[in-house]
Design a protein around this ligand. Structure first.
Ligand SMILES: Cc1cc2nc3c(=O)[nH]c(=O)nc-3n(C[C@H](O)[C@H](O)[C@H](O)COP(=O)(O)O)c2cc1C
Length: 207
């Protein structure tokens, strides 16, 4: 059986381009994996707590030494980490907000980037521990940051590439729905391209 973990970061409940593309991905994925399980988190509805001092202390305390409170503090984080450990496919959909990712998504990443669980320090430095077969990031932005010189202002894709890689996810596939605020023609062109890429990624993966 296959498991898809879908994480949405747009604050919009209606009219989100990144969520609409993630819907298409999920529908197509479900059609290809009729027995598959989907865990879907709409982060803007979850109001996850920022990680704080107590969370960090609990995270860096060895599991067998944690007290009950520390186990409770880490419960939701551990649940998310376990989902990722059993995922075959991870889908992240995100807007660009102020040149970076929304704070909801940063909070989720802070909760799931766990020493000893998703990464560890080995003889050769940090080693990522998540082994997810397929990871796809759908990123929507008002402007187009896919080419120089605008690419220097994009802190969404480089950051996600880095932090996913740190946790062991080496080759995420990025689908950029760029130029959502650059007029109807550009928007439709980008969305059409993104839809085609989604279909081709899911078709390729079956081969
Ligand atoms: C709070 C906020 C900040 C934004 N910041 C940027 C930005 O820095 N650069 C940009 O190109 N677009 C920016 N946008 C536009 C969004 O990236 C664009 O509308 C995108 O489609 C949002 O994703 P969504 O449709 O999935 O919600 C911003 C939008 C909002 C609401």
């Amino acid at each position: 059986m296959s498991n898809l973990v879908r994480i949405d970061a747009s604050a919009l409940s209606q009219g989100s381009h990144s969520k609409a593309l993630a819907d298409l991905f999920e529908q197509t994925w479900r059609a290809k994996h009729p027995q598959g399980q989907v865990q879907h988190h709409d982060l803007s509805r979850l109001n996850l707590p920022h990680i704080d001092e107590a969370f960090i202390q609990a995270m860096y305390t060895a599991e067998q030494d944690r007290d009950i409170q520390q186990h409770q503090l880490l419960e939701q984080s551990t649940h998310f980490v376990n989902e990722l450990k059993s995922a075959d496919c991870l889908l992240i959909s995100t807007p660009m907000y102020n040149f970076g990712i929304p704070s909801h998504l940063k909070t989720y990443i802070d909760m799931v980037t766990r020493v000893g669980e998703t990464f560890r320090y080995g003889e050769n430095g940090p080693e990522g521990l998540l082994k997810i077969t397929q990871t796809v990031v759908i990123a929507a932005s008002g402007g187009d940051y896919t080419q120089p010189p605008m690419d220097a202002m994009n802190f969404v894709t480089p950051y996600l590439k880095t932090v996913l890689g740190f946790n062991g996810i080496d080759s995420p596939h990025f689908i950029e729905a760029a130029g959502m605020a650059m007029g109807e023609e550009k928007q439709q062109q980008s969305l059409e391209q993104a839809k085609q890429t989604i279909q081709s990624i899911l078709n390729q993966h079956d081969e």
